[in-house]
Design a protein around this ligand. Sequence first.
Ligand code: ASP
Length: 312
Amino acid sequence: MSSYPITLAIHGGAGTILPEHLTPAKEQAYHQALEAALKAGYALLAEGSDSLLAVEAAVRVLEDSDLFNAGRGSVFTSDGTHEMEASMMCGRTLNAGAVAGVRNIKNPVTLSRHVLDNPDYVYLSGDGAAEFARLHDVVEEPDEYFYSQFRYEQWQAMRTSEKMILDHSDERKFGTVGAVALDLQGNLAAATSTGGLTNKQYGRIGDSSVVGAGVYANNETCAISCTGYGEFFLRGVVAYDISCLMEYKGLSLQAAAEKVIMEKQVALGGEGGVIGVDQSGELALVFNSIGMYRGKIGAEGKTQVAIFGENA
Ligand code: ASP
């Protein structure tokens, strides 16, 4: 039997999440959604499934909730539409799949899985990605499915401006979702999914679907999923930078994640966080914002979810 400790971590976005803005009922709803996502992914790991299936399952639960800026809860673009991005990477093969600018796809992470499984492509966008989705019978939903009063009001408040804002908005919050996992065979995987920024235009794409920026997995180092101000995470090539610090400088996952998020991103002006796991089952949940919706099940099998507080 294998000796790898199955491990899973998820995030539902980071940012200026202020306790006074969360009612107890809402806080409880976030906790429940995070726990449900952990449960879905961990059940697969526990029965011996691979880490790719586990991260996809966990992210799908978060995409199906309207609490997070991904799938169903995606924010509005400046045109009043929802354009989503998602990505997945396999640490064993270094295969990756990503989609950007997709509309009406219920679970963009599943579409990115189909791209990952296709040997000819890594990154598809817009109409082409929609055609590819139909070819693979990926479930679509009408515009109404993605509508929520809360997101609509967020967008209305921004509409007349040229600005685009991060999720939840008056303050900076990022509702992107993601998962990282280690399976029984010692394989790492990562997935990230987002609706991007409220009022985005010009086909703006953030870091979430960009391999190396918002997602990365390599069995030799770590699996990483990011959430934060995409323009800064793109410029910092955040996920790959953490992997590189481990590979070339011998840093631990925690030290590498702290260096990138607490030092390099802060210096650049980037706000947000990452979740990561390595082959020993060490987890890192590091953010430089006030809070990050997050959860983990470590080697000891205990489920923990949190929103505020320390990097853990
Ligand atoms: N990183 C995402 C983006 O810039 C936002 C987020 O993490 O919520 O599109």
